[in-house]
Each structure stands twice: as C-alpha cells, then as structure tokens.
Design a protein around this ligand. Structure first.
Ligand code: ADE
Length: 419
C-alpha cells in the first residue's frame, strides 16, 4: 500500500469506485480467477510495471494481480484513454497509478518512468512503449526482468521485429495471439466500442451512410460488421489480397482509398499502418465527412496534412474537431486521430476484456514461473489456457458444452478408418 500516485483529482475516487463495481460485476472470469490466486499467491514477490489504458476493466485486472501477490506500478498507454475517476479510485485503494486524461507526450514518458521506480520483475504492456522504454533508457533494469506481456496486435508486430533483429532482451508473451483475445476483443470489442466512440462524438445516423473501413484484420472486420448492423453501406480498403477477398465474400464493397475518399461519409482506420488517410484523400472528401482511427497509434490519419489544407478548425463537440477547407467543405476528425473507442467512449465492454485480462493474468503467472528459462522471443500461451478461459466464460453465460465419448476420441485419433 502506498499513497504514491499522480492522477487528475483524487476527489473522483467515489465515482471511480462505482465504475469499478460495475466492471467487476461484468467480469466473471476474472472474479473466479481472483478467488483462486488469492489463495495460491502465484505472483508473490513479483513487481509488475504496467502500461495499459487505465479504464474500469483495467482496474479489475490491477486488483486481480494484487490479489495474486504482486506489487504494482501503473501508467496509461495512451494520453487520451485514462478514465480519471477510475485512476483516482485505484490510487485511493493504495495502488501506484500515474495517469490522467489529456497528458502530453513528455508527461506520458515521465509516468512510464515513475512505474520503473519499483524495479519491475515483470512488465505488462499495451503497445510495447514500456518495453521499448526499458530497452532504450533503462537497460540496467533488464537483468531483473523475468519477462513481459503484450496486449495488442501493433505491439506484437513490433516485438516480433525486435526479436528477429536480435534486439529483444527478455521473453514476451503475446497475449494478443491467444484465441480468447484476438477472436473476441479485437472483433466484437473493437467493433462495438468504435461505433460507440463515433456515436458519442457525433451522434450522427449511421443508417444509409457510406462507412469506409481501412483494414480488414480482426478489428476492421468488427467495425465493418457492426456498421453494417446499424444500416451503413460498408466499403473496405485493403493492401492484402486475401483480406480484401474475405471482405468481398462477406458482402462488403472493396475499393482503394482514392476511390473510397470520394464517396465515404464516415471513415475509420484499423490498419496499424501510418499515412492511410492523407492530404490527397482529404482533398477528395465530401463536405461533412467524418474521419477517425481505432488503431493503437495516432499515425493512420495524417492530420498534419489536413491542417495544411484547412483554413481553420474548431472543436464543435467534445472529441470532434471541424476543419474548414479552403473551398468551404468541412471535415470532422474525432479524438485527434487517436483511438476513437477509448478516447471518445469507454473502450471495449467489460465482458470482452474479462477474457483478454484473464490471459494477461495467466501470462504473468507463466513468466513468473518460467520466464528465467524462456527464450528471448515472442511466445504464445498454450491452447489449454484458451480452452479453460473460454470454458469459464461459457459457464458464466449459463451455456454448456457436449463432450466426446471414448469411441469418438478413438475415432478422432485414429488414421486407419476411411470410407
Ligand atoms: N483496450 C480496449 N478496450 C479496453 C478497455 N476497456 N480497457 C483496457 N484496455 C482496453
């Protein structure tokens, strides 16, 4: 317990406590795991530095890791995603929290540095900024680190590149690559929360609109599905042939961004790539076009190019900036091109983060036990853990599974039976 924290207003703690109660009520898998780990204390003696959006769901993860015996220090992983009341409530519970909504880049790194004061034995990331910071600025800490986990696709890509170049100096568990993470959080979580962010920021009617989704990975697929569900005509842009083909066979339109820019009403980027929407696209857009991003970094929409083309801008609604173009057209950018689902809404619903964060807990436990002997590479949690987490989730939803008979298992495992 500590009263070392940096939050916007500790007076928000009572409001944050209610948010945490709400999230906890909707995260049955973490509740169950917490009961178990509170007895076994598998993280006792571990010091975890976390760098992940400070939301009500993350608060339940923080409580669970603490119940498992870990000491913690936490910063947010995006300047606009911290829920200040939740940060206050966690600080009031005695956690070292260094995060507030609207911080600048310098403060962002200062907060990460504060978390490193605990001299972590484990790191927990969403976007890999903490891992990069340790490798770049605090290599002295590396001998004491057993391993780290990474939550998101973008972070995992970068860490794989780092491992390939021989630059990764401790083992990583790619939580993103667990099926109970990417096949649920990335699809249904991103789909719902991104639409939620767009609606909170704009309140526009989605029915009948042309909704352009850049990138048809899991996150883009979630956005496309949910936009269609709200009555939009969805157009997908892609750079990968198989992904574009999947979108087409799912019944979505497929076009280049140059074509889509001329007809789209709402644009969302979900690619993990920089410069997906650039000056020439803004120049082609219709009056009133709405542009946002749901990828981890704010590089997908080239806002600087828009600023050069625009003659003025104003915040017309919270998280919605109106750019007035030279020819009088208006283009609206949401959440400054940062992830719209966390900056303009509350991130993914608790029910889906329940499984993602169960994987985070399991990653921390695995690394605490085996990190010392694991290769300095990017690892994936074993399939049994996925099945166990999905099984708990099903039970919590009141759903049951069939099981194979002995004869069926023998049939499955045999290779001699044919027609
Ligand atoms: N990433 C997406 N949604 C999130 C949430 N609700 N909490 C933490 N991280 C998230």
């Amino acid at each position: 317990m500590t009263n070392d924290y940096q939050v916007k207003d500790i007076g928000l703690a009572a409001e944050g406590k209610k948010q945490l109660d709400w999230a906890e009520a909707h995260m049955p898998v973490l509740r169950l795991l917490r009961e178990r780990v509170a007895k076994e204390k598998p993280l006792s003696g571990q010091r975890i530095a976390g760098c992940l959006h400070v939301t009500k769901e993350t608060g339940i993860l923080v409580r669970t890791l603490a119940a498992a015996g870990a000491e913690l220090a936490w910063s947010g992983c995006n300047p606009l995603s911290t829920q200040d009341e939740v940060a206050a409530a966690l600080a009031a519970e005695g956690f070292r929290i260094y995060a507030w909504h609207g911080m600048g880049t310098r403060e962002f790194y200062e907060c990460i540095d504060r978390t490193l004061e605990i001299r972590p034995t484990l790191t927990l990331d969403d976007g890999a900024d903490l891992i990069f910071r340790i490798h770049d600025k605090r290599p002295d800490l590396i001998p004491g680190v057993l391993g780290g986990s990474e939550e998101t696709t973008t972070g995992v890509h970068r860490l794989r590149a780092m491992a390939k170049a021989g630059a990764l100096r401790y083992p990583i568990v790619a939580v993103n690559d667990s099926e109970t993470k990417w096949d649920f959080d990335n699809v249904y979580g991103t789909g719902q929360s991104s639409i939620d962010g767009i609606l909170r920021a704009t309140s526009v009617l989605l029915a009948g609109k042309t909704f352009v989704v850049a990138g048809y990975g899991h996150c883009g697929r979630g956005c496309a599905m949910r936009a269609r569900g709200m009555g939009s005509n969805v157009l997908v842009t892609e750079v990968k042939a198989t992904a574009a083909l999947k979108a087409a066979l799912e019944g979505f339109g497929v076009a280049t961004m140059d074509e889509a820019a001329k007809v789209g009403d709402i644009f969302i980027t979900a690619t993990g790539m920089r410069d997906v929407i650039t000056g020439r696209h803004f120049a082609a857009m219709k009056d009133g076009a709405i542009v946002c991003n749901t990828g981890h970094y704010d590089v997908e929409v080239a806002i600087k190019e828009l600023e050069k083309l625009a003659k003025g801008k104003r915040e017309i609604r919270p998280n919605c900036e109106e750019y007035e173009m030279g020819d009088g057209r208006r283009i609206y950018v949401l959440a400054q091109g940062r992830l719209v689902n966390l900056a303009a809404a509350e991130g993914h619903p608790s029910e889906v983060m329940d499984m993602s964060f169960a994987n985070q807990l399991r990653a921390m436990i695995l690394l605490a036990k085996e990190g010392r002997t694991m290769a300095r590479a990017v690892h994936v949690l074993p399939e049994e853990i996925d099945q166990e987490i999905a099984g708990h989730k099903l039970v919590s939803m009141g759903l049951a599974l069939d099981s194979l008979t002995k004869e069926q298992i023998a049939y499955r495992d045999a290779y001699s039976e044919g027609t």
